[in-house]
Design a binder for this molecule. Structure first.
Ligand SMILES: [Zn+2]
Length: 233
């Protein structure tokens, strides 16, 4: 398989849709379509034809429909009666601003609370999540990017779990924020710079310092917002 450059937005080498078998067929099909949505190979708002995916992945209709149903639940795919599936449109600038305002209100506070009750087991879980994100070996770039998006969602969700306010955690999780923001721009900057910022958050957790954790989380979210703003130019 031809590796796809992260910064090479939109180019599709032949055979990029071929599925890399790792888990069950249903899971692999889901991951492959998820990666295409995250890396903008399937453009926001565009039609998704089941028959085309059947041909591209050389699988039956069943795993494709299952995957699309799952992605619909994650807000990434819309199904319209008699028309079929399409990729969810890009979030609007207004929605983007609202999401980041909400994140800045909730996540630094959550990080401070998580730091106050941090222990080795929790820190270990967060280090594993961060470690998976930094792995660069093997995988094609689209899959790596989509894995990063998912792992980032898990990383932030875990912190909110440790902050011990389920309502706030659910509110953030329900937005599928990470899936929408990673889909704004398919670029290595989105992932590379975030890694350093996560390190700073982990360092604050390592020293169980609530103020430092809040500060590092605020800086990460502000930088993430600034990295993605050019998507609206
Ligand atoms: Zn992050």
């Amino acid at each position: 398989m031809q590796p796809v450059s992260l910064s090479n937005n939109g180019e599709t080498p032949t055979g990029a849709g071929r599925i890399q078998r790792a888990g069950s067929l249903a899971e692999d099909v889901y991951e492959a379509i998820f990666a295409q949505l995250m890396s903008l190979k399937i453009a926001p708002g565009s039609r998704i034809t089941v028959d085309n995916l059947v041909k591209e992945f050389d699988v039956s209709h069943t795993p494709i429909r299952e995957a699309l149903g799952r992605l619909e639940g994650e807000g990434l795919v819309l199904k319209t009666h008699l028309i079929g599936y399409r990729a969810a449109p890009q979030i609007t600038r207004r929605r983007f601003d609202e999401l980041y305002e909400m994140r800045l209100l909730l996540e630094p506070h959550g990080a401070a609370k998580a730091a106050a009750t941090m222990d080795e087991a929790k820190l270990g879980t967060l280090l594993v999540a961060a470690g998976v994100m930094s792995r660069r070996e093997g995988k094609d770039e689209r899959l790596r990017y989509s894995n990063f998006a998912r792992q980032d969602a898990i990383f932030h969700d875990k912190i909110m779990e440790y902050a011990e306010n389920e309502l706030i955690r659910e509110t953030l999780g329900y937005q599928h924020t990470h899936f929408h923001i990673f889909r704004l721009m398919y670029h290595s900057r989105v992932t590379e710079e975030a890694l350093d910022e996560h390190e700073a958050i982990l360092a604050a957790f390592g020293s169980a310092d609530p103020d430092a954790a809040a500060k590092a989380m605020r800086a990460h979210i502000e930088h993430s917002r600034d990295r993605l703003l050019p998507a609206f130019d």
